[in-house]
Design a protein around this ligand. Structure first.
Ligand code: DLL
Length: 453
């Protein structure tokens, strides 16, 4: 059931049965065939434009025999060559920009944890588009102009802070631009201003919850309703912990700077996958090894083509993120394709004694075990000729005073659960509460000491 509400701005708001606002009902709930038509028009325009304005694309398209004006359908995308992070690095800082520098109004960058940072640029129209997809993202999480949005993503080159900021203002929320850190002050303001929406990484949400407990602040003392969490992998177990500790509903939001920043896809109140704003970013899933397109419903690497950006309209950009697509209609009324939560990256798979291990599998196990806190580290090293896996996990504060026997049996239980899931024996080390370093931004949980050996 939907209700139409006249907005003071004159636009019509459309709400789903859950009362959630569809920010841009025309584009978000568009008939699938009409959207395919829109995608194709935008794709053609973009390919034709980059073929003349970006030398790398002129060469690549010519090399692949793709006529920039000859795309007949969205399926023809598969003939277009991929773009990779290396292409951005090789053309650093702005070799893939498709507009003259006087049109660029903003630069952002990726965190650079996996090598040299890459820079991305935005025109005024791009910032506008970004604000719009961020307003859609907030709408997905039930946000409206009545909300007070506290932003605890970092501001700066990282896209989290400013992305949410512009989206919040576009929606008309009261935006509190806290940035990450200053945790106590953050909580005091959250309480005093009655923040209803919180945006930060899931690991920082846990840090905030922990600090709130220490300040004697209960979830009921805060007014939080929804959290918009992303920028790093997290599990459903982690979601439950955050929801219980902060008294809100936790929504997954996804994006990457190369595509736009946050605002590529977002979970709605149905929480069954993230709606990809595919009128702007066309998603595909490909086999990470061969690059061959994979059918909907199968896990593979996410690839995006930006069809309406001006400055950096990347074609078939390989994200390295693993997910799958679902095109079934969602009860919320949005007709966008949905992607599942990111289960890993093509480059974060650890090979330990010949067995493939994703950090997310380890997190899933830990979140199922009662008595440990959601703070952990995964350490991989070499002992002689053998790989060794160690999982360091914090005891929940209430377990800390437990007997040695109790702790040994907890350790044994985790070892057993890990063995059942990974087919590997790990060393488990239970550590005191507060010993694992807390994160303010993207948590770094894996240490592979074999690298560089
Ligand atoms: O992390 C953009 C962002 C900011 C997304 C705030 C959501 C919220 P980058 O720094 O370029 O951009 O990092 C992009 O982060 O390729 C994924 O590997 C990871 N990532 C982002 N969102 C999620 C998520 C921002 N919801 C990289 N779940 C991406 C899992 C995520 N991983």
């Amino acid at each position: 059931m939907r209700a139409a509400i006249w907005h003071s701005s004159g636009s019509i708001e459309r709400r789903t049965g859950d009362g959630e606002l569809i920010w841009d009902p025309y584009h978000e709930s568009m008939d699938i065939e009409n959207r395919r038509g829109l995608q194709l028009r935008r794709l053609r325009e973009t390919v034709a434009r980059v073929a003349v304005s970006v030398p790398l694309y002129s060469e690549r398209l010519r090399g692949a025999g793709v006529d920039p004006c000859g795309l007949q359908s969205i399926d023809d995308l598969r003939h277009v060559p991929f773009t990779t992070k290396d292409d951005l690095r090789d053309t650093y800082p702005d070799g893939l920009f498709a507009v003259p520098s006087e049109e660029v109004v903003r630069i952002h960058g990726s965190s650079g944890t996996r090598g040299k940072p890459t820079l991305v640029g935005y025109t005024r129209e791009d910032v506008d588009l970004w604000s719009d997809v961020m307003a859609r993202t907030l709408g997905c999480a039930g946000g409206t102009s009545h909300d007070v949005l506290q932003i605890a993503y970092g501001y700066g080159l990282f896209t989290g802070g400013l992305g949410l900021h512009y989206g919040g203002e576009r929606m008309g929320c009261t935006v509190v631009p806290m940035s990450a850190g200053n945790t106590r002050r953050q909580l005091t303001l959250m309480k005093d201003l009655g923040a209803t929406l919180l945006a930060c990484t899931p690991s920082y949400a846990l840090t905030l919850a922990e600090e709130a407990r220490e300040m004697g602040m209960a979830a009921e003392d805060l007014s939080l309703r929804s959290g918009l969490f992303g920028a790093e992998p997290w599990s459903d177990g982690m979601r439950e912990q955050i929801e219980a500790q902060l008294g809100l509903r936790a929504y997954d939001i996804y994006g990457l700077s190369e595509v736009i920043g946050p605002g590529v896809s977002a979970e709605c109140t149905a929480q069954s996958g993230l709606h990809v704003f595919d009128d702007h970013f066309i998603p595909e899933i490909v086999d990470p090894a061969t690059g061959d397109p994979m059918p909907d419903g199968e896990d593979g690497e996410l690839v995006f083509t930006c069809v309406s950006k001006r400055c950096l309209p990347l074609l078939r950009y390989r994200t390295g993120d693993i997910s799958r697509l679902d095109r079934e209609l969602c009860p919320c009324g949005r007709t966008h394709a949905r992607m599942t939560r990111i289960t890993g990256r093509t480059d974060d798979m650890l090979i330990i004694r010949g067995i493939n291990v994703f950090p997310s599998q380890i997190e899933d196990v830990l979140m199922r075990v009662a008595g440990v806190a959601p703070h952990y580290r995964i350490i991989v090293s070499r002992e002689g000729h053998r790989d060794a896996l160690e999982v360091e996990v914090e005891l929940a504060p209430e377990m800390f005073s437990d007997t040695i026997r109790g702790l040994e049996s907890l350790e044994a239980k985790i070892v057993e659960e890990l063995r059942a899931t990974l087919s590997l024996t790990a060393k488990v080390r239970l550590v005191e509460p507060h010993t694992v370093e807390r994160s303010m931004g993207k948590a770094k949980r894996v240490m592979d000491k074999r690298q560089g050996e």
